[in-house]
Design a protein around this ligand. Structure first.
Ligand code: PLP
Length: 348
């Protein structure tokens, strides 16, 4: 009953097997091997256009270096107030890009356009004292389990275009969002105006595989130097490529995400009909937030369930009673229906 996070799960057997095979051969280092090149090509196929791809170790690195590649002196980056880049990366995006993250409000973890416009208006291009608007970053799926619709992505990118700002997407859970929307990688990104993507693999079955994807390769020309200077150029980069090969082969990544989402659906269904617990807000991806009696949470923990207590978001409409708590449950490729049912039973 491991629902603490999707990165508590191990790695999928197909990825382990591919890593094992890779470990017995020699290949050119620092991203120059045939395998690295082949996987870069694979990204072109997945996104239906020529892209520039850079492998890095963590989601934090992917976000930070993406933003560093579009940094401007005095630059301000707009993100949701609960975004990982502003809340959970210890200032790494600010550190590596030299820019500031500025919070934008919006229900269910999604930036509201009026709030985004209001924030942008406070940082005009000639405001030397305040700093200037430089980029927008959005998270898909969001940190609170919701998913921007294609129309909502387009609305954010239209705002970005109006103000001449590049748009970055934090896709640590890109596959879960894609599976939830039932759309294509191209539709959810560049066709809707996204310029740069942090493409996550780790949470969805890889051991350690993240990539920065530039939809206009011309925008990526500084990235090789930024990546090396920030110590993210792996000499054995091909081990990330090997993971992505297995991950992207025959749609495995989409299967794993669909499974994780289905397990979250099972949790959602069970909690919404439960006598003791209730859903805190609607979610569509592999994260579920529930309000449960403290006694039930404790009993579940004693029986081996693992999950995080969660801080109530500012805009939360549901009230958490004194004897209750808000918890986050995350499913993964490795979650089983038996796990979910056992959890639902112990909190009942
Ligand atoms: C939305 C989001 N972005 C980025 C990250 C960063 O990933 P990492 O912990 O690999 O740096 C996470 C990890 O929890 C995340 O949830």
């Amino acid at each position: 009953m491991f629902f603490a996070s999707d990165n508590w799960a191990g790695a999928h057997p197909a990825i382990n097997e591919r890593l094992l095979r890779e470990s017995t051969r020699f290949a050119a280092a620092y991203g120059t091997s045939e395998l690295d090149r082949a996987i870069e090509q694979r990204f072109n196929e997945i996104f239906e256009r020529e892209v520039a791809v850079f492998f890095v170790a963590t989601g934090t690195a992917a976000n930070s270096l993406s933003l560093a590649s579009i940094a401007r002196p005095g630059g301000v980056v707009f993100c949701h107030s609960e975004a990982h880049v502003i809340e959970d990366e210890c200032g790494a995006p600010d550190f590596f890009s030299g820019m500031r993250m500025v919070p934008v409000e919006g229900a269910l973890g999604k930036m509201e356009i009026a709030s985004l416009e209001g924030r942008i208006a406070r940082y005009p291009q000639d405001a030397v004292h305040h700093g200037r608007a430089a980029a927008i970053t959005m998270t898909q799926a969001t940190e609170v389990g919701s998913v921007y619709t294609l129309e909502e992505i387009e609305a954010v990118s239209a705002t970005a275009r109006t103000h001449g700002l590049p748009l970055h997407m934090d896709g640590a859970r890109f596959a879960n969002a894609l599976a939830a929307l039932g759309t294509t990688p191209a539709e959810m990104t560049w066709k809707r105006g996204v310029d740069i993507l942090s493409f996550g693999g780790t949470k969805n079955g890889c051991w350690c595989a993240e990539a920065i994807v530039f939809f206009d390769p011309a925008m990526a020309k500084e990235l090789p130097f930024i990546r090396k200077r920030t110590a993210q150029l792996f000499s054995k980069s091909r081990f990330i490529a090997a993971q992505f090969e297995a991950y992207l082969k025959d749609g495995l990544w989409l299967e794993l995400a669909a499974h994780a989402n289905a397990m979250a659906d099972r949790l959602r269904a069970g909690i919404s009909t439960s006598n003791s617990a209730r859903l805190a807000w609607p979610t569509q991806s592999n994260e579920v937030f529930a309000i449960v009696p403290k006694t039930a949470a404790k009993a579940a923990e004693e029986k081996g369930a693992r999950f995080y207590d969660w801080l109530e978001p500012r805009d939360m409409a549901e009230l958490v009673g004194e004897d209750e708590m808000l918890i986050r449950l995350v499913s993964s490729f490795a979650t089983t229906a038996e796990d979910v049912d056992a959890f639902l039973k112990v909190i009942a």
